[in-house]
Design a binder for this molecule. Structure first.
Ligand code: PMV
Length: 328
């Protein structure tokens, strides 16, 4: 491997307090703080090669050339890294997800966290985690959190300088916690989260959500500190429903839930009724993430599979890291 070739890995994340709604610029400045856990096995691996003799960047995502829209988003991200670094050489970006894209686990979070670390390292920038988090946020708000491992909060932030993520607790803090995803549909979502963030501000429910989030975020921080799944689960369910209420009342309305989503929600409630510690959360799609403990994982998986769905389970993982190269 040449010195100008870097390989980086970053985990996806699942939010307990969701980021939904931003100030409408390329900066992705979130309207509310969000809190997540970084996932361990659901990772993106990105190789970046500096191409001194090439005319343009090259992109290969999951073995294929990405759509023109994705290329535009990647180019605008790289333009910013080049402005800061003063470097001009094009890059070749090759990226693979260790999980199916569009499976209910956000690949933009791990993808842009990996790219932020890989591109900045390839251009010789020695950035702090905070700076990397701010950079990753420009690609995708949730990516700002995936720079860190464990339990992570992305601050609300009024400007580019103060909207960055911070670690609340590392990955060793709560090793029993699990995210079991019922993949009720695996197609690409019809409306991107970028579009959803813009529409959110028009929802009549948004003001109520923004008022409720600080207290819910306080409970989530406390639940993480105490490793209290019931407290974490209650707040996470409330926050997911609040976000989807905003989505459903945006103009035009966004309905990410399907009848299977409701079936899965009811299955989780039924499990709880029977003494299985399980709570749901749902991102910008129909799939249902079940927060549980390793001791309950096999039973939760079995019940979701019995309903006919594919299941992906993961735990708490570390932050974005360089796995090969790095001396540019
Ligand atoms: O990072 P984005 O723009 O894909 O937005 C993330 C949106 C949610 O996944 C629904 C919530 C979150 O905080 O991860």
């Amino acid at each position: 491997m040449s010195a100008s070739e870097i390989v980086v890995e970053a985990g996806a994340n699942i939010a307990f307090i969701k980021y939904w709604g931003n100030r409408g610029s390329d900066l992705n400045l979130p309207l509310n703080p969000s809190i997540s856990m970084t996932l361990d096995e659901c990772r993106t691996r990105t190789r970046v090669t500096v191409l001194p003799d090439a005319d343009a960047d090259e992109f290969v995502l999951g073995g294929e050339r990405p759509s023109n829209k994705s290329v535009q988003r990647l180019e605008s991200f790289l333009r910013h890294v080049r402005e800061i670094s003063g470097r001009r050489e094009p890059l070749r970006i090759e990226s693979e997800n260790a999980f199916p894209t569009g499976c209910g686990i956000a690949s933009s979070a791990s993808g842009f966290a990996a790219l932020a670390l890989a591109a900045s390292t390839a251009y010789g920038l020695e950035w702090s985690r905070r700076e990397l988090s701010r950079l990753a946020r420009r690609g995708s708000g949730s990516a700002a959190r995936s720079i860190f491992g464990g339990f992570v909060e992305l601050r609300k932030g009024d400007t580019d300088e103060d909207a960055f993520a911070e670690q609340l607790a590392d990955e060793a803090h709560w090793p029993e916690l699990r995210d079991v995803v019922a993949v009720v549909a695996d197609g690409e979502k019809a409306v991107s989260s970028a579009e959803g963030h813009r529409l959110a501000v028009q929802s009549e429910m948004m003001a109520g959500r923004l008022e409720a989030v600080p207290e819910r975020a306080r409970r989530v921080r406390e639940a993480i500190r105490r490793r209290d799944l019931a407290m974490l689960g209650e707040a996470s369910e409330a926050d997911a429903v609040s976000m989807h209420a905003v989505m459903m009342t945006s103009k035009p309305p966004l309905f990410y839930w399907t009848s299977d989503t409701l079936t899965a929600i009811n299955a989780v409630r039924e499990m709880r009724h029977e003494g299985i510690e399980a709570w749901f959360t749902i991102d910008a799609g129909p799939n249902v993430h079940v927060l549980t403990l390793e001791s309950h994982r096999p039973e939760v998986e079995r019940r979701l599979r019995d309903l006919g769905w594919r299941v992906i389970s993961d735990g708490v993982g570390g932050g974005a890291r360089v796995v090969q190269g790095g001396a540019s």
